[in-house]
Design a protein around this ligand. Structure first.
Ligand code: GLP
Length: 251
């Protein structure tokens, strides 16, 4: 794993946005895997700024979001789809037809998951998957447990994850769906390049377990150790439990 540590969450977001803008200028039809959550908001804000400054043209970019709540319509303001519209898509020029999302209202869930996998393959695979990290070590909605599902699937959310997402549901835990659809760990690992971003001290423990611990479904993010091009972008607080001497070996 390639570890990069930034002094603040803001400087991380700016550097990553510039990095992605460069990747898009090299390959204008880049296939981007995108996360939701609080962590990427400053990154999206900076991408929007670069777009407005004429330094990022998304006209041919294709995007696939990681996950969506089950039973929540894409038009519902609490959906991840609506989150992405608010924080990113409404402000840049990604073509609507090039924005891909799992449909939380799909009647046939297995079919919807298979459709998503096929759509990613048809796009030529993910060039760059950006990830956040759950405090319990989840990526997307791949939750810790005795086993992981490799491909896009229906999944039950752990209490900690539902609590972390309560903000979208007016702070009401009982309103947070118990299930979701998510890319699987293999879907993520097939991306050519992966950048996981984590900021804040609350993530320090799962960052350390992801980077240093055994590869285990108890820490889904630890599977990123198996990918040859995983970059872990951290602020100082999130890197708080990595000792400098050790992570140098991991570059
Ligand atoms: C949610 C998402 C994840 C995200 C995680 C962390 O559960 N499904 O993709 O990485 O939250 O969120 P935050 O960045 O708000 O800590």
């Amino acid at each position: 794993m390639h570890i990069r540590i930034f002094s603040t969450a803001e400087s991380l977001a700016h550097a990553l946005a510039r990095n992605v803008a460069r990747a898009v200028s090299v390959n204008p039809s880049l296939v981007l895997g995108l996360p939701t959550g609080r962590t990427p908001i400053p990154f999206y804000r900076e991408l929007i700024r670069l777009h407005r400054a004429g330094r990022l043209d998304c006209a041919r970019v294709r995007t696939f979001n990681l996950d969506e709540f089950l039973g929540v319509s894409p038009r519902d303001p609490r959906s991840y789809r609506a989150f992405m519209q608010r924080h990113f898509f409404d402000h840049v020029n990604v073509a609507a037809a090039q924005i891909h999302f799992l449909d939380g209202m799909a009647g046939d869930v297995a079919r919807e998951c298979a459709r998503y996998e096929r759509a990613i393959i048809r796009a030529g695979g993910l060039d760059l998957q950006i990830l956040g990290l759950g405090t319990n070590g989840h990526i997307g909605f791949n939750e810790p447990g005795p086993a992981l599902v490799a491909r896009t699937h229906r999944t039950s959310l752990r209490a900690a994850t539902r609590r972390a997402n309560a903000g979208l549901f007016g702070g009401r835990l009982t309103a947070v769906p118990r299930e979701a659809l998510s890319m699987g760990v293999a879907t993520i690992l097939h991306a050519r390049r992966i950048v996981l971003m984590a900021t804040g001290g609350a993530k320090a423990r799962s960052v350390a377990r992801m980077v240093r611990g055994p590869v285990t479904p108890r820490v889904p993010a630890s599977f990123l150790q198996l990918h040859r091009q995983t970059e872990v972008w951290l602020d100082r607080a999130a890197a708080g439990r990595l000792d400098a001497a050790r992570f140098r070996d991991l570059r």
